[in-house]
Design a protein. Sequence first.
Length: 247
Amino acid sequence: MSDIRNWVTIAVFILLVIALVKVYSAQSPKQSYDRVRFMTRVAIFGAISTILYIVPVFQIHLPFLPSFLALHFDEIPAFIAGFAYGPWAGFAVIFIKTILKLPFTTTLCVGELSDLIFSSAFVIPAAIVYQKKRNLKGVAIGFAISTVLQLFVSLFLNIYAMLPFYMFVMGFPEAALRAMCTSAISFINPAWGTLSIWTDAWKWGYGLFAVLPLNIMKDAAVIVLTFFVYRSIHKLLHFEQTPVKKA
């Protein structure tokens, strides 16, 4: 069974890279580049992102947050690919690391699905803005928009989609999940979940005192690291433009 999953993962990866090359070449008809080099670069960024996503040593667990929340920096390669080659490439890196992580999921794909949504909301807007305004102002505007959007999406989806999804798909009793959150976050009152006037109180406590601080810290670290890494290597990533022939 594991062999079948590995072959499916490899097949999906190859098809995705081929599709990405076709989209990229159609959108950039005047740009001359080696397709093999481009595929290799996207694959390398996808592999780096997967390592940062899967290997525990690259994840930081904070003592004041629930154990299933951790800082991870797999969006940095996606940002670099998105800035260098456009939002499609950034999304491809996110999708690649998600697909490669699925055979190792411990959350019945719930965690991977949420990370796919959150990372896309973070990377794609910044890549789109930078593609239209390739300067420091574009970087700042892109990061600002993507950070606000990602914080908004992660907060509301965690409260109204991901927590119920965890309880439904993984069979977590609400009381057990609430107890896990309240034991790690002292700001959440254990009695909030039993209030008849507002049964979502403990979920908002989880969102405001766990999800939001975690994403603010993670987004800030990813933005700073992405800026310095991309600034150092961006000239090596771009392909040469085809000279215009004079009539």
